[in-house]
Ligand binder design. Structure first.
Ligand SMILES: [Zn+2]
Ligand SMILES: [Zn+2]
Length: 440
């Protein structure tokens, strides 16, 4: 047959099916560039990506009857385009490529999500072309492209998980623009917390003793967290602002509000950090006599679980295409809602260089994401991703290994989480004990 598949670490460039994949993506480069450009030139922030949604829906609707497109799929600006299954309908391996397309307020496509959309579309079409050439597949394959909006706020992927959008998917692929090429970079979890202090207003000069000062509580909480920071692990982060701190100097503030982000490299540790931070928030309420509300208004973004099998395949496919992966990959102390998906479905989320040293979330990066030079890197990344998908769907052994890696990484996280849950309980018991001591 046409398969010249090599095991991981072999030389996949020799495979004719890989060549077919790459060739097909190249043949679509003008269409893909224009798709990316249209999204880039009309930036839309999280949750309002109507034009990007419509453009992508049109892109797949025009690909012929083999593609089924569902616009507004479970979320107003999400979509799903599906092809196949080919090779028989029963128990198909369902491969999904994810597209992001939200921009940043005031900065445009400064995270390069237009390129993520391009990579997702290109890789899916590359895989389709490769599969169409095959007369026999070890398992039937179905391809979907999922448009996952609102990554920069809200966490669209988390809402899609909850709506069941990933329940029939076996493997997930996407790639994100960064400062370097890397099959895997650790990302961190993030929990957003809003803290509201309720006190009592009074004339700040005439009757200050009648007031309960909510701003004082916010200031103390801010200081408590600053003190706590020194005792935290170096890779943990907490950072925030005072959102409301009163209205007028001569009124004791009856209301104050803080907004903080809490981040740890692993989900298990986040429970610990939350418990410590909550103790700081409560202590400030106790000291001032305020009531406190601690609210987590958005979903927690999880860290990305690694998948060694997929990462190794991506690396060898990327190298065969001329991608240079740094020996010592840097870190990426950001967060992504892809992390949550990596806890649900085996997948890969490589990072890719786009031809600039500028940093994500800057004006320079927004320019680079729309520049011609980014195209070479973007299409090469799409090819490496599609070739990796080809490897896995054409080799049941690799598919099993990717699934085993997923289970292993999840088990390891659960062990961390259990340990940490135990210590969180200890922290809160300690805090409760102190509070009761104070009451006595
Ligand atoms: Zn971003
Ligand atoms: Zn991003």
């Amino acid at each position: 047959p046409q398969f010249m598949l090599q095991p991981a670490g072999g030389s996949p460039s020799t495979s004719s099916v890989h060549i077919q994949t790459a060739w097909h993506i190249d043949s679509l480069q003008d269409e893909l560039r224009s798709l990316s450009w249209d999204i880039w030139s009309r930036p839309e922030v999280a949750g309002s990506e109507t034009n990007a949604h419509d453009r992508l829906v049109r892109f797949f609707s025009q690909r012929g009857r083999t593609w089924t497109v569902q616009s507004r799929y479970k979320l107003p600006t999400a979509f799903r385009a599906s092809w196949g299954p080919v090779g028989g309908a029963s128990s198909a391996v369902h491969v999904a490529f994810l597209c992001e397309y939200d921009a940043l307020p005031g900065l445009g496509h400064a995270c390069g999500h237009n390129l993520i959309a391009e990579v997702g579309a290109a890789a899916a079409l590359g895989l389709q072309a490769a599969l169409e050439e095959q007369t026999q597949l070890p398992v039937p394959v179905k391809i979907s492209v999922l448009g996952t909006p609102a990554e920069e706020a809200i966490g669209g992927k988390i809402e899609l998980i909850q709506a069941g959008a990933f329940s029939d998917i076996d493997l997930v692929f996407m790639a994100h623009p960064a400062q370097q090429d890397a099959p895997f970079l650790p990302t961190v979890t993030v929990a957003e917390v809003t803290v509201k202090y309720h006190g009592k207003a009074s004339h700040a000069s005439a009757y200050p003793w009648e007031g309960v000062n909510a701003l004082d509580a916010a200031v103390l909480a801010y200081s408590n967290l600053s003190v706590l920071r020194q005792q935290l692990r170096p890779e943990w982060r907490l950072h925030g602002i005072i959102k409301h701190g009163g209205t007028k100097p001569n009124i004791i503030p009856a209301y104050a509000e803080l907004e903080f982000y809490l981040r740890t490299p692993e989900l298990g540790d986040l429970h610990d950090l939350k418990a410590k931070a909550e103790a700081c928030f409560r202590a400030a309420a106790l000291a001032t006599g305020c009531q406190v509300e601690i609210i987590y208004p958005t979903q927690t973004y999880f860290n990305i679980l690694p998948n060694a099998t997929l990462a190794n395949l991506y690396r060898s496919n990327g190298e065969a295409l001329g991608i240079e992966f740094p020996e010592q990959p840097g870190s990426f102390s950001g967060s992504t809602d892809f992390g949550n998906i990596s806890f649900v479905v085996p997948g890969i989320h490589p990072f890719f260089y786009i031809g600039t040293d500028a940093l994500n979330h800057t004006e320079e990066y927004a320019d680079a994401a729309g520049a011609e030079e980014a195209q070479l890197h973007t299409l090469r990344t799409a090819k490496a991703l599609a070739m990796t998908a080809v490897d896995v769907v054409c080799c049941p052994d690799l598919l099993q290994r990717a699934r085993d890696d997923f289970s292993l990484a999840k088990r390891q996280q659960e062990t961390v989480a259990k340990k940490s849950a135990q210590s969180s309980v200890n922290v809160s018991l300690e805090a409760v004990r102190h509070v009761s001591l104070l009451k006595n």
